[in-house]
Design a protein around this ligand. Structure first.
Ligand SMILES: Cc1cc2nc3c(=O)[nH]c(=O)nc-3n(C[C@H](O)[C@H](O)[C@H](O)COP(=O)(O)OP(=O)(O)OC[C@H]3O[C@@H](n4cnc5c(N)ncnc54)[C@H](O)[C@@H]3O)c2cc1C
Length: 428
Protein backbone atom coordinates (compact mmCIF):
# COMPACT_ATOMS: atom_id res chain seq x y z
CA UNK A 1 0.00 0.00 0.00
CA UNK A 2 1.31 3.48 -0.94
CA UNK A 3 2.77 5.22 2.15
CA UNK A 4 2.17 8.94 2.55
CA UNK A 5 3.50 11.46 5.06
CA UNK A 6 1.44 14.56 5.76
CA UNK A 7 3.51 17.30 7.37
CA UNK A 8 1.62 19.71 9.63
CA UNK A 9 -1.31 18.66 11.79
CA UNK A 10 -3.48 21.76 11.35
CA UNK A 11 -6.96 21.51 9.84
CA UNK A 12 -5.39 21.28 6.36
CA UNK A 13 -3.07 18.40 7.20
CA UNK A 14 -5.79 16.57 9.12
CA UNK A 15 -8.27 16.92 6.26
CA UNK A 16 -5.67 15.73 3.75
CA UNK A 17 -4.81 12.79 6.00
CA UNK A 18 -8.49 11.86 6.24
CA UNK A 19 -9.08 12.02 2.48
CA UNK A 20 -5.85 10.13 1.71
CA UNK A 21 -6.65 7.30 4.10
CA UNK A 22 -10.19 7.16 2.72
CA UNK A 23 -8.60 6.83 -0.75
CA UNK A 24 -6.78 3.71 0.44
CA UNK A 25 -3.37 5.19 1.32
CA UNK A 26 -1.35 4.48 4.45
CA UNK A 27 -0.83 7.81 6.19
CA UNK A 28 1.54 9.20 8.82
CA UNK A 29 0.73 12.70 10.08
CA UNK A 30 3.69 14.60 11.50
CA UNK A 31 3.05 17.64 13.70
CA UNK A 32 5.72 19.61 15.55
CA UNK A 33 3.48 20.94 18.34
CA UNK A 34 2.43 18.82 21.30
CA UNK A 35 -1.09 18.49 19.89
CA UNK A 36 -2.88 18.92 16.56
CA UNK A 37 -4.83 21.96 15.35
CA UNK A 38 -2.23 24.61 14.45
CA UNK A 39 -3.99 27.98 14.29
CA UNK A 40 -7.22 26.28 15.34
CA UNK A 41 -5.67 24.58 18.38
CA UNK A 42 -7.05 25.11 21.88
CA UNK A 43 -5.22 26.02 25.06
CA UNK A 44 -5.91 26.56 28.76
CA UNK A 45 -6.51 30.04 30.08
CA UNK A 46 -7.40 30.54 33.74
CA UNK A 47 -8.78 27.00 34.02
CA UNK A 48 -10.83 27.29 30.81
CA UNK A 49 -10.03 25.31 27.65
CA UNK A 50 -10.91 27.22 24.48
CA UNK A 51 -9.48 28.19 21.09
CA UNK A 52 -6.11 29.94 21.13
CA UNK A 53 -7.46 32.19 18.35
CA UNK A 54 -11.11 33.21 18.05
CA UNK A 55 -13.03 30.93 15.66
CA UNK A 56 -16.59 30.99 14.38
CA UNK A 57 -18.32 28.89 11.76
CA UNK A 58 -20.72 30.48 9.29
CA UNK A 59 -23.98 28.90 8.12
CA UNK A 60 -22.55 29.08 4.60
CA UNK A 61 -19.33 27.17 5.48
CA UNK A 62 -20.60 24.17 3.56
CA UNK A 63 -17.35 22.17 3.19
CA UNK A 64 -16.42 22.59 6.84
CA UNK A 65 -19.95 21.73 7.95
CA UNK A 66 -19.93 18.64 5.82
CA UNK A 67 -16.65 17.57 7.48
CA UNK A 68 -18.16 18.31 10.90
CA UNK A 69 -21.13 16.20 9.80
CA UNK A 70 -18.76 13.28 9.10
CA UNK A 71 -17.42 13.74 12.65
CA UNK A 72 -20.97 13.78 14.04
CA UNK A 73 -20.69 17.42 15.12
CA UNK A 74 -22.66 19.49 12.61
CA UNK A 75 -25.95 18.94 14.43
CA UNK A 76 -24.37 20.17 17.65
CA UNK A 77 -23.44 23.61 16.32
CA UNK A 78 -25.10 26.38 18.31
CA UNK A 79 -26.15 29.21 15.97
CA UNK A 80 -26.48 32.77 17.18
CA UNK A 81 -27.16 36.08 15.57
CA UNK A 82 -24.37 38.30 16.81
CA UNK A 83 -23.91 42.07 16.70
CA UNK A 84 -21.00 44.07 15.29
CA UNK A 85 -19.65 47.31 16.69
CA UNK A 86 -17.38 50.09 15.53
CA UNK A 87 -15.14 52.16 17.74
CA UNK A 88 -14.81 55.44 15.93
CA UNK A 89 -14.10 58.96 17.20
CA UNK A 90 -13.76 57.65 20.76
CA UNK A 91 -17.34 56.28 20.68
CA UNK A 92 -18.88 52.82 20.34
CA UNK A 93 -21.45 52.43 17.55
CA UNK A 94 -23.56 49.46 16.59
CA UNK A 95 -23.32 48.34 12.95
CA UNK A 96 -25.62 45.35 13.16
CA UNK A 97 -28.63 46.31 11.02
CA UNK A 98 -29.63 48.54 8.11
CA UNK A 99 -30.99 51.04 10.63
CA UNK A 100 -27.67 51.10 12.49
CA UNK A 101 -25.99 51.73 9.16
CA UNK A 102 -28.31 54.64 8.36
CA UNK A 103 -27.79 56.15 11.82
CA UNK A 104 -24.00 55.56 11.86
CA UNK A 105 -22.68 59.00 12.92
CA UNK A 106 -19.10 58.94 11.57
CA UNK A 107 -20.33 59.11 7.93
CA UNK A 108 -22.66 61.50 6.10
CA UNK A 109 -25.60 60.30 3.97
CA UNK A 110 -23.79 60.51 0.61
CA UNK A 111 -20.78 58.68 2.04
CA UNK A 112 -23.06 55.97 3.41
CA UNK A 113 -24.77 55.60 0.07
CA UNK A 114 -21.42 55.18 -1.68
CA UNK A 115 -20.21 52.75 1.02
CA UNK A 116 -23.37 50.67 0.59
CA UNK A 117 -22.86 50.71 -3.17
CA UNK A 118 -19.25 49.53 -2.75
CA UNK A 119 -20.34 46.54 -0.67
CA UNK A 120 -23.15 45.75 -3.09
CA UNK A 121 -20.76 45.97 -6.08
CA UNK A 122 -18.25 43.62 -4.41
CA UNK A 123 -20.96 41.16 -3.42
CA UNK A 124 -22.23 41.04 -7.05
CA UNK A 125 -18.83 40.81 -8.75
CA UNK A 126 -17.92 37.38 -10.10
CA UNK A 127 -14.76 38.26 -12.05
CA UNK A 128 -12.31 38.37 -9.13
CA UNK A 129 -9.31 38.01 -11.48
CA UNK A 130 -10.00 41.52 -12.79
CA UNK A 131 -9.92 42.87 -9.22
CA UNK A 132 -6.65 41.08 -8.62
CA UNK A 133 -4.94 43.56 -10.94
CA UNK A 134 -6.22 46.69 -9.15
CA UNK A 135 -4.80 47.99 -5.87
CA UNK A 136 -7.35 47.80 -3.06
CA UNK A 137 -6.91 51.50 -2.28
CA UNK A 138 -7.60 52.56 -5.89
CA UNK A 139 -10.67 50.34 -6.11
CA UNK A 140 -12.16 51.45 -2.79
CA UNK A 141 -11.51 55.15 -3.45
CA UNK A 142 -13.20 54.86 -6.86
CA UNK A 143 -16.35 53.36 -5.30
CA UNK A 144 -16.53 54.90 -1.82
CA UNK A 145 -14.66 58.18 -2.31
CA UNK A 146 -11.46 59.40 -0.66
CA UNK A 147 -13.17 60.61 2.55
CA UNK A 148 -14.78 57.26 3.38
CA UNK A 149 -11.61 55.45 2.40
CA UNK A 150 -9.56 57.49 4.87
CA UNK A 151 -12.18 57.30 7.64
CA UNK A 152 -13.35 53.69 7.36
CA UNK A 153 -11.58 51.49 4.85
CA UNK A 154 -8.00 52.51 5.53
CA UNK A 155 -8.09 51.83 9.29
CA UNK A 156 -9.81 48.50 8.63
CA UNK A 157 -7.22 47.52 6.02
CA UNK A 158 -4.36 48.58 8.29
CA UNK A 159 -5.85 46.54 11.12
CA UNK A 160 -5.45 43.36 9.06
CA UNK A 161 -2.57 44.14 6.72
CA UNK A 162 -0.54 46.92 8.38
CA UNK A 163 1.34 48.94 5.81
CA UNK A 164 1.03 45.96 3.48
CA UNK A 165 -2.40 47.30 2.46
CA UNK A 166 -0.55 49.59 0.02
CA UNK A 167 0.49 46.59 -2.07
CA UNK A 168 -2.69 44.56 -1.62
CA UNK A 169 -5.07 43.92 -4.50
CA UNK A 170 -8.80 44.63 -4.51
CA UNK A 171 -9.39 40.85 -4.54
CA UNK A 172 -8.72 40.96 -0.77
CA UNK A 173 -11.71 43.14 0.03
CA UNK A 174 -13.79 41.27 -2.56
CA UNK A 175 -13.07 37.95 -0.81
CA UNK A 176 -13.86 39.44 2.63
CA UNK A 177 -17.22 40.81 1.48
CA UNK A 178 -18.04 37.62 -0.45
CA UNK A 179 -17.57 35.55 2.72
CA UNK A 180 -19.85 37.80 4.73
CA UNK A 181 -22.50 37.75 2.00
CA UNK A 182 -22.28 34.05 1.17
CA UNK A 183 -25.28 33.06 3.30
CA UNK A 184 -27.48 35.79 1.84
CA UNK A 185 -26.50 34.75 -1.70
CA UNK A 186 -27.46 31.16 -1.00
CA UNK A 187 -30.97 32.24 -0.02
CA UNK A 188 -30.56 32.34 3.77
CA UNK A 189 -31.75 35.71 4.98
CA UNK A 190 -29.14 36.54 7.59
CA UNK A 191 -25.72 35.26 8.37
CA UNK A 192 -25.50 33.39 11.65
CA UNK A 193 -22.35 32.61 13.59
CA UNK A 194 -21.92 29.22 15.17
CA UNK A 195 -19.65 27.18 17.41
CA UNK A 196 -19.42 23.58 18.49
CA UNK A 197 -19.88 23.28 22.28
CA UNK A 198 -16.39 22.67 23.60
CA UNK A 199 -14.90 24.74 20.77
CA UNK A 200 -12.11 23.49 18.52
CA UNK A 201 -10.76 21.35 21.37
CA UNK A 202 -13.80 19.13 20.88
CA UNK A 203 -13.60 19.22 17.08
CA UNK A 204 -9.91 18.27 17.19
CA UNK A 205 -10.53 15.46 19.70
CA UNK A 206 -13.21 13.95 17.46
CA UNK A 207 -11.08 14.48 14.34
CA UNK A 208 -8.03 12.85 15.96
CA UNK A 209 -10.13 9.89 17.13
CA UNK A 210 -11.52 9.44 13.59
CA UNK A 211 -8.05 9.57 12.00
CA UNK A 212 -6.67 7.06 14.50
CA UNK A 213 -9.63 4.72 14.00
CA UNK A 214 -8.89 4.73 10.25
CA UNK A 215 -5.27 3.80 10.94
CA UNK A 216 -3.53 7.16 10.55
CA UNK A 217 -0.27 7.19 12.49
CA UNK A 218 -0.41 10.55 14.28
CA UNK A 219 2.98 11.72 15.43
CA UNK A 220 2.82 14.90 17.52
CA UNK A 221 5.76 16.70 19.08
CA UNK A 222 7.84 15.65 16.05
CA UNK A 223 9.39 18.42 13.99
CA UNK A 224 10.27 17.92 10.34
CA UNK A 225 13.82 19.18 9.81
CA UNK A 226 14.52 18.16 6.23
CA UNK A 227 12.92 16.73 3.07
CA UNK A 228 14.92 15.00 0.39
CA UNK A 229 14.13 13.17 -2.82
CA UNK A 230 15.37 9.60 -2.87
CA UNK A 231 14.80 7.69 -6.12
CA UNK A 232 11.23 8.93 -6.58
CA UNK A 233 10.47 8.60 -2.88
CA UNK A 234 10.84 11.19 -0.12
CA UNK A 235 13.18 10.96 2.84
CA UNK A 236 11.99 12.93 5.87
CA UNK A 237 14.38 13.91 8.64
CA UNK A 238 12.66 14.71 11.90
CA UNK A 239 13.61 15.70 15.43
CA UNK A 240 13.20 12.06 16.41
CA UNK A 241 14.94 10.38 13.47
CA UNK A 242 14.06 9.87 9.85
CA UNK A 243 11.95 7.76 7.51
CA UNK A 244 11.25 7.27 3.81
CA UNK A 245 7.80 7.56 2.26
CA UNK A 246 6.41 6.98 -1.23
CA UNK A 247 4.84 10.43 -1.14
CA UNK A 248 4.90 13.43 1.19
CA UNK A 249 2.77 16.52 1.34
CA UNK A 250 3.75 19.55 3.38
CA UNK A 251 1.03 21.86 4.68
CA UNK A 252 3.45 24.10 6.60
CA UNK A 253 2.54 27.76 5.91
CA UNK A 254 5.22 29.63 4.01
CA UNK A 255 7.09 26.51 2.88
CA UNK A 256 7.59 26.39 -0.89
CA UNK A 257 6.04 29.85 -1.19
CA UNK A 258 7.74 32.17 -3.74
CA UNK A 259 10.03 34.77 -2.18
CA UNK A 260 7.90 37.66 -3.47
CA UNK A 261 4.92 36.42 -1.43
CA UNK A 262 5.06 37.76 2.12
CA UNK A 263 3.02 36.51 5.02
CA UNK A 264 1.20 38.49 7.66
CA UNK A 265 1.57 37.31 11.27
CA UNK A 266 -0.36 37.87 14.47
CA UNK A 267 0.16 38.59 18.14
CA UNK A 268 -3.14 37.68 19.75
CA UNK A 269 -3.98 38.11 23.43
CA UNK A 270 -6.71 36.11 25.18
CA UNK A 271 -8.26 37.53 28.35
CA UNK A 272 -10.51 35.80 30.79
CA UNK A 273 -12.64 38.52 32.39
CA UNK A 274 -15.25 38.46 35.11
CA UNK A 275 -17.77 40.24 32.86
CA UNK A 276 -18.18 40.78 29.10
CA UNK A 277 -16.82 44.06 27.79
CA UNK A 278 -19.38 44.68 25.11
CA UNK A 279 -22.53 43.23 23.47
CA UNK A 280 -20.64 43.00 20.14
CA UNK A 281 -18.91 39.85 18.92
CA UNK A 282 -16.50 41.98 16.91
CA UNK A 283 -15.66 45.61 17.53
CA UNK A 284 -13.80 47.10 14.57
CA UNK A 285 -11.50 49.94 15.47
CA UNK A 286 -11.07 52.91 13.16
CA UNK A 287 -9.36 55.22 15.68
CA UNK A 288 -5.55 55.24 15.54
CA UNK A 289 -3.29 54.75 18.53
CA UNK A 290 -4.64 51.58 20.15
CA UNK A 291 -2.16 48.73 20.62
CA UNK A 292 -4.52 46.06 19.17
CA UNK A 293 -6.54 46.08 15.97
CA UNK A 294 -9.92 44.79 17.11
CA UNK A 295 -11.84 43.41 20.08
CA UNK A 296 -13.54 40.03 19.87
CA UNK A 297 -15.81 39.23 22.78
CA UNK A 298 -16.44 35.51 22.51
CA UNK A 299 -19.08 35.71 25.23
CA UNK A 300 -21.37 37.51 22.74
CA UNK A 301 -21.50 34.19 20.87
CA UNK A 302 -20.64 31.39 23.25
CA UNK A 303 -22.60 30.39 26.35
CA UNK A 304 -20.59 31.76 29.28
CA UNK A 305 -20.98 28.43 31.08
CA UNK A 306 -18.12 27.28 28.78
CA UNK A 307 -15.95 29.96 30.39
CA UNK A 308 -16.84 29.08 33.98
CA UNK A 309 -19.41 31.90 33.98
CA UNK A 310 -16.76 34.43 32.92
CA UNK A 311 -16.12 36.19 29.61
CA UNK A 312 -13.44 35.43 27.01
CA UNK A 313 -12.05 38.33 25.00
CA UNK A 314 -9.43 38.32 22.24
CA UNK A 315 -7.26 41.29 21.30
CA UNK A 316 -5.51 40.64 17.99
CA UNK A 317 -2.72 42.67 16.48
CA UNK A 318 -1.85 41.61 12.92
CA UNK A 319 1.79 42.38 12.15
CA UNK A 320 4.55 41.55 9.66
CA UNK A 321 6.63 38.44 10.58
CA UNK A 322 9.63 40.61 11.50
CA UNK A 323 7.68 43.04 13.71
CA UNK A 324 9.44 43.90 17.02
CA UNK A 325 6.21 42.97 18.87
CA UNK A 326 7.23 39.30 18.45
CA UNK A 327 10.18 40.00 20.74
CA UNK A 328 8.14 41.84 23.37
CA UNK A 329 7.64 39.88 26.62
CA UNK A 330 4.08 38.97 27.66
CA UNK A 331 4.23 41.43 30.57
CA UNK A 332 4.90 44.37 28.23
CA UNK A 333 2.09 43.31 25.88
CA UNK A 334 -0.28 42.86 28.83
CA UNK A 335 0.50 46.35 30.19
CA UNK A 336 -0.07 48.13 26.87
CA UNK A 337 -3.14 46.06 25.87
CA UNK A 338 -4.82 46.69 29.24
CA UNK A 339 -4.10 50.42 28.90
CA UNK A 340 -5.80 50.23 25.48
CA UNK A 341 -8.86 48.52 26.97
CA UNK A 342 -9.07 51.11 29.75
CA UNK A 343 -9.04 53.87 27.12
CA UNK A 344 -11.81 52.20 25.11
CA UNK A 345 -14.08 50.97 27.92
CA UNK A 346 -14.46 53.32 30.92
CA UNK A 347 -16.14 50.53 32.93
CA UNK A 348 -13.18 48.17 32.43
CA UNK A 349 -11.34 47.35 35.68
CA UNK A 350 -7.96 45.63 35.80
CA UNK A 351 -9.10 43.58 38.83
CA UNK A 352 -11.60 41.86 36.53
CA UNK A 353 -8.82 40.30 34.44
CA UNK A 354 -8.62 36.70 35.69
CA UNK A 355 -6.05 35.51 33.18
CA UNK A 356 -4.04 36.87 30.23
CA UNK A 357 -2.17 34.82 27.60
CA UNK A 358 -0.41 35.77 24.40
CA UNK A 359 -0.13 33.76 21.19
CA UNK A 360 2.43 34.68 18.51
CA UNK A 361 2.36 33.29 14.96
CA UNK A 362 4.65 34.69 12.27
CA UNK A 363 2.96 33.06 9.25
CA UNK A 364 -0.82 33.36 9.26
CA UNK A 365 -1.88 34.35 5.73
CA UNK A 366 -0.09 35.59 2.60
CA UNK A 367 -0.61 39.21 1.57
CA UNK A 368 -2.55 39.08 -1.72
CA UNK A 369 -0.51 41.40 -3.93
CA UNK A 370 -1.68 42.28 -7.47
CA UNK A 371 -1.50 39.28 -9.79
CA UNK A 372 -1.25 36.95 -6.76
CA UNK A 373 -2.85 33.91 -8.39
CA UNK A 374 -0.09 33.88 -11.06
CA UNK A 375 2.61 33.75 -8.36
CA UNK A 376 1.21 30.68 -6.65
CA UNK A 377 3.28 27.54 -7.14
CA UNK A 378 1.85 24.22 -8.34
CA UNK A 379 1.18 21.57 -5.68
CA UNK A 380 3.88 19.27 -7.12
CA UNK A 381 7.41 20.45 -6.25
CA UNK A 382 10.63 19.87 -8.20
CA UNK A 383 11.29 16.88 -5.90
CA UNK A 384 9.43 13.86 -7.26
CA UNK A 385 6.86 12.59 -4.78
CA UNK A 386 6.89 15.79 -2.69
CA UNK A 387 3.94 18.20 -2.69
CA UNK A 388 3.33 21.52 -0.97
CA UNK A 389 -0.26 22.50 -0.21
CA UNK A 390 -0.73 25.42 2.15
CA UNK A 391 -2.54 28.68 2.78
CA UNK A 392 -0.64 30.35 -0.07
CA UNK A 393 -2.84 28.25 -2.42
CA UNK A 394 -6.02 30.02 -1.30
CA UNK A 395 -6.24 32.44 -4.20
CA UNK A 396 -9.74 33.86 -4.16
CA UNK A 397 -10.80 33.63 -0.54
CA UNK A 398 -9.89 34.76 2.95
CA UNK A 399 -8.17 32.42 5.39
CA UNK A 400 -10.82 30.40 7.23
CA UNK A 401 -11.33 26.74 7.97
CA UNK A 402 -13.94 26.35 5.25
CA UNK A 403 -11.37 27.53 2.67
CA UNK A 404 -8.75 25.28 4.29
CA UNK A 405 -10.96 22.19 4.00
CA UNK A 406 -11.92 23.19 0.44
CA UNK A 407 -8.22 23.52 -0.45
CA UNK A 408 -7.43 20.03 0.87
CA UNK A 409 -10.28 18.53 -1.12
CA UNK A 410 -9.39 20.51 -4.27
CA UNK A 411 -5.73 19.43 -4.08
CA UNK A 412 -6.42 15.74 -3.48
CA UNK A 413 -7.18 14.52 -7.05
CA UNK A 414 -3.96 16.14 -8.34
CA UNK A 415 -1.92 14.54 -5.56
CA UNK A 416 -3.36 11.11 -6.21
CA UNK A 417 -3.05 11.27 -9.99
CA UNK A 418 0.75 11.62 -10.11
CA UNK A 419 2.08 8.12 -10.83
CA UNK A 420 4.69 6.66 -8.50
CA UNK A 421 8.19 6.39 -9.95
CA UNK A 422 8.76 2.69 -9.27
CA UNK A 423 6.44 -0.29 -8.88
CA UNK A 424 5.31 0.05 -5.27
CA UNK A 425 5.32 -3.67 -4.62
CA UNK A 426 9.06 -3.60 -5.23
CA UNK A 427 9.69 -0.73 -2.86
CA UNK A 428 7.43 -1.49 0.10
C1 LIG B 1 -6.64 35.00 14.87
C2 LIG B 1 -7.29 34.01 13.92
C3 LIG B 1 -8.66 33.96 13.84
C4 LIG B 1 -9.28 33.05 12.97
N1 LIG B 1 -10.64 33.01 12.94
C5 LIG B 1 -11.24 32.10 12.16
C6 LIG B 1 -12.66 31.98 12.18
O1 LIG B 1 -13.36 32.71 12.91
N2 LIG B 1 -13.24 31.04 11.40
C7 LIG B 1 -12.49 30.23 10.59
O2 LIG B 1 -13.09 29.38 9.91
N3 LIG B 1 -11.15 30.32 10.55
C8 LIG B 1 -10.51 31.24 11.30
N4 LIG B 1 -9.14 31.33 11.27
C9 LIG B 1 -8.38 30.59 10.24
C10 LIG B 1 -8.10 29.12 10.59
O3 LIG B 1 -7.48 29.04 11.84
C11 LIG B 1 -7.22 28.56 9.46
O4 LIG B 1 -7.97 28.58 8.25
C12 LIG B 1 -6.76 27.12 9.67
O5 LIG B 1 -6.53 26.81 11.01
C13 LIG B 1 -5.47 26.89 8.85
O6 LIG B 1 -5.04 25.56 8.98
P1 LIG B 1 -3.69 25.04 8.29
O7 LIG B 1 -3.59 23.62 8.59
O8 LIG B 1 -3.66 25.47 6.87
O9 LIG B 1 -2.51 25.88 8.95
P2 LIG B 1 -1.94 25.80 10.45
O10 LIG B 1 -3.05 25.77 11.39
O11 LIG B 1 -0.94 26.91 10.55
O12 LIG B 1 -1.20 24.38 10.49
C14 LIG B 1 0.13 24.18 10.12
C15 LIG B 1 0.71 23.17 11.08
O13 LIG B 1 2.04 22.84 10.67
C16 LIG B 1 2.79 22.61 11.84
N5 LIG B 1 4.23 22.73 11.51
C17 LIG B 1 4.91 23.84 11.18
N6 LIG B 1 6.21 23.55 10.95
C18 LIG B 1 6.33 22.20 11.12
C19 LIG B 1 7.43 21.31 11.01
N7 LIG B 1 8.65 21.73 10.67
N8 LIG B 1 7.22 20.00 11.28
C20 LIG B 1 5.98 19.53 11.60
N9 LIG B 1 4.89 20.36 11.72
C21 LIG B 1 5.09 21.67 11.47
C22 LIG B 1 2.31 23.71 12.78
O14 LIG B 1 2.63 23.43 14.13
C23 LIG B 1 0.82 23.68 12.51
O15 LIG B 1 0.12 22.84 13.38
C24 LIG B 1 -8.49 32.20 12.14
C25 LIG B 1 -7.10 32.26 12.24
C26 LIG B 1 -6.49 33.15 13.12
C27 LIG B 1 -5.00 33.18 13.22
Amino acid sequence: MERWAVIGGGMLGMTLALRLVQAGRRVTLIESAAGPGGLAAAWRIGGVTWDKHYHVTLLSDSRLRSLLGELGLDDEIVWTQTRTGFYSGGQHHSMSSSLDFLLFPPLGLVDKFRLGLTIFAASRTRDWQRLENILVEDWLVSWSGRRTFEKMWKPLLISKLGDGYRRTSAAFIWATIQRLYAARRSGMKREMFGYVPGGYARILDCFTARLRSLGVDMQTGVKVLGLQGSGGRVRITTSTGGEEFDRAVSTVPGLGTPSNVTYQGIVCASLLLREPLTPYYVTNITDPGLPFTGVIDMSALVDRAHFGGNALVYLPKYVAPDDPLFGEPDTGIEASFLDGLAAMYPKFRREDVLAFRVSRVRHVFPVPVPGYSCLVQPFATATPGLFCVNSSHIVNGTLNVNETVTLAERALPGLLSVPTAAPLEATV
